[in-house]
Design a protein around this ligand. Sequence first.
Ligand SMILES: *Cc1c(COP(=O)(O)O)cnc(C)c1O
Length: 344
Amino acid sequence: MTISNGGSVDLRSDTLTRPTAAMRRAMAEALVGDDVYREDPTVNALEERVAELFGHEAALFVPSGTMGNQIGLRLVCEPGQEVLGDADAHVLTYEMGAAAALFGLSSRTVVSEGGRLSADQLIAQVRPHGDWHLTATAAIAVENTHNRGGGLVQPLAELERLFEWSRTAGVNVHLDGARVFNASVASGVPLSTYGRLADTASVCLSKGLGAPVGSVLVAGAERIAAARLWRKRLGGGMRQVGVLAAAAAYALGHHLDRLAEDHEHARLLAERLGVDPATVETNMVVVDDVPAPAVAEAARAQGVLVGQVSARRVRLVTHLDVDRAGVEHAAKVLTQVIGDLAGR
Ligand SMILES: *Cc1c(COP(=O)(O)O)cnc(C)c1O
């Protein structure tokens, strides 16, 4: 059994992976230069590769998914205009109000069914440009897979319908693709298809792919040129950052297909815990109606770490640092812990 952080099976998040020995070697050997001067060959190569994967002209390496998302939104939304998204969207829930605090972007939300995208529901809320009464909707944010939706993969037909409609309405679509790699592996939909259905997209190398740091924003060349200025303005201009881009490139090259294993592990966990397998599409298992703090504490005492989403909801995320034996161990501990707490 692979022992994860601190000797535990850590299912709190897929951000908790640590770079493997081979990844560290790739980092140590990376060719580097000053990336603010655009002279880091490893960063340049990574940006080109990710742009190509998603079928866009250009890309920008950024320190975090939050920075990728917020710059992405700023590129397609002017101060005083609004971003429309679902009420549980990461960009509007977990990014510290950045769109408003940094850029003066207004936001408008719809309450979705467990994060599932409904094009009609969003379209119905879009406010037109050029009306002096209304805050214009400039951008729609979609999230795939959906984090608070328990890792659900957005239906391709809805993404297509929304994007086609957006062309006629002059509205841009931003994809929060922190886990779009999981979506692609689970659905078989190519990354380029997901890329084609967004004007700007932020994708994370530091989630399931296992890089220690880094996200990439993809868009058209002109937008990425503007994004480069925003990144600098936000203090995200990094220097010999090829050491990190090398980790990201290694992750893309070696850890993409194996996401299927994480998905398999999540299904296995669900099965053992009696969670409806239909709710497990990728690498997350949501366990509802349990006393979350008590479950987390009792499981921790036995070396299993889980995420607490709310007082009655626990989240388990499978990843690179949790192998089959770790999953079996976690299933055993959690079954016992949840059973004991229910029996009290
Ligand atoms: C993790 C995550 C992000 C970005 O998070 P950072 O910690 O800023 O890298 C964005 N969107 C979703 C859905 C995420 O899960």
